[in-house]
Design a protein around this ligand. Structure first.
Ligand code: DGL
Length: 274
């Protein structure tokens, strides 16, 4: 079991930011990444749809004998992780709890901002998780739907993106937050732009890094860390256009990205048999 891969899934390409952190913190672990590129974006879809998609993906990854499932997608973490954690026999981790915990620990003034997709923000998952960590924290939220396409276009630091960030983030600046959670897979690539708009006094919390640390802690706790010497393998599956995944994915994962296979999903019920 220790040698089995960690399954990581996302609505598409952005989850590679989480995979990158996991593989750099745990270089001995094998991974299987699943990007649902045929059905991206998840950020504007309903809870029911995201739950269904997530269970289908979990069923696919279960067939590859994963020892742990990581929802790298913030929207899937907000909507589907509680259900997946109840149904699957392996540990399931999303990006919300690690990010919320890191934010609650980082804030000095107790004023925390959260940005994400429409779905993530509407779900209230980050706010509940931050308040569960520290009920004294005031949380301020803002959905920033244009950030995802801007990053995928390669315009993370373009002047247009700075202008859009200024507009999205104005309310959070006014709220005098001292900590901002980057609650979406794509936002770590906007760190420079967001930092320039928010100013030096605001700490940016990258859920990807906190999630990798939590993956390590969870595996260690369950005796599942891979202590066998040998090359780790990294496999990639997508539901549409492996070619585009390779081109855009390099922006997120660098040259270590290897050929992705095309996945065909089947019934979600299979996930519950694991
Ligand atoms: N992966 C999604 C998230 O982190 C962003 C892209 C999408 O909307 O599917 O919420």
């Amino acid at each position: 079991m220790k040698r089995n891969p960690i399954g990581v899934f996302d609505s598409g390409i952005g989850g590679l930011t989480v995979l990158r952190e996991i593989t750099s913190l745990l270089p001995g672990e094998s991974t299987i990444y699943f990007g649902d590129t045929a059905r991206v974006p998840y950020g504007s879809k309903s809870r029911e749809t995201i739950e269904r998609y997530s269970f289908e993906i979990a069923a696919f990854l279960a067939k590859h004998d994963i020892k742990m499932l990581v929802a790298a997608c913030n929207t899937a973490s907000a909507f589907a992780v509680p259900g997946l954690a109840r149904e699957l026999a392996i540990p399931v981790l999303g990006v919300i709890l690690p990010g919320a915990r890191a934010a609650a620990q980082a804030t000095r003034t107790g004023r925390v901002g959260v940005i994400g997709t429409e779905g993530t923000i509407k779900s209230g998952a980050y706010v509940s998780a931050i308040k569960a960590e520290n009920p004294g924290v005031s949380a301020f939220v803002k959905a920033c739907p244009l950030f995802v396409p801007l990053v995928e276009e390669g315009w993370a630091e373009d002047e247009i993106t700075v202008k859009i960030a200024e507009r999205y983030l104005a309310g959070l600046k006014e709220a005098s937050i001292d900590t901002l959670v980057l609650g979406c897979t794509h936002y770590p690539l906007l760190k420079k732009t967001i930092a320039s708009v928010m100013g030096d006094g605001v700490a940016l919390i990258d859920s990807a890094a906190s999630t990798a640390a939590e993956v390590k802690r969870t595996l260690a706790e369950r005796g599942l860390l891979n202590d066998c010497v040998g090359a780790a393998s990294h496999r990639f599956f997508v539901t549409d256009s492996p070619e585009r995944f390779m081109v855009v994915g390099k922006r997120f994962f660098g040259d270590k990205l290897s050929e992705a296979g095309l996945a065909v999903l089947t019934e979600a019920q299979d996930a519950q048999k694991t």
